[in-house]
Design a protein around this ligand. Structure first.
Ligand code: ATP
Ligand code: MG
Length: 139
């Protein structure tokens, strides 16, 4: 089975965490690792290093370490793509148009504060899972 890394971002932790967890389980994912933590600035920078040159990078890093995140390893057939579909597009306005049931359509407030993260491919999933959870689960 395939693994992906999901993150409930700080903007969704207080009000929507439990709903998102229910949705994850209801859609048939196994949660094989789970951790709540406040990311340090260094960890947030490393986590989103692919976006280092983007104009929103500084805001993104600040947002990601402003409070607790929940990080989960989700295991299921086709987990990477399925979790991305459940999240919906990056931009909540677009999400509301094209996938109104998606998590971002329901919970995101804008392009930056968009409630959830999901790995974009299997390679990224492996790398980010190792980064967040260490080598124990790198099978
Ligand atoms: P994620 O990687 O968090 O799952 P994504 O793959 O949909 O989201 P990316 O392009 O990888 O989108 O951007 C990473 C994150 O950076 C977004 O989820 C969002 O929080 C933020 N972001 C992306 N584009 C913008 C933008 N134009 N303005 C502000 N923030 C942005
Ligand atoms: Mg991304």
């Amino acid at each position: 089975k395939q693994k992906t890394l999901a993150v409930i971002k700080p903007d969704a932790m207080e009000e929507h965490r439990d709903t998102i967890l229910e949705e994850i389980r209801g859609r048939g994912f196994s949660v094989t690792q789970l951790k709540e933590a406040v990311l340090s600035r260094e960890m947030a920078e490393e986590f989103y290093k692919e976006h280092k040159e983007k104009p929103f990078f500084k805001q993104l890093v600040e947002f990601m370490c402003r409070g607790p995140c929940m990080m989960l390893v989700l295991t299921k057939e086709n987990a990477v793509e399925e979790w991305r579909a459940i999240m919906g597009p990056t931009d909540p306005d677009q999400a509301k148009m094209t996938s109104p049931d998606s998590l971002r359509a329901r919970f995101a407030s804008d392009m930056l504060h968009n409630s959830v993260h999901g790995s974009s491919n299997e390679l990224h999933a492996e790398e980010k899972i190792r980064f967040i959870f260490g080598d124990i689960c790198s099978d």
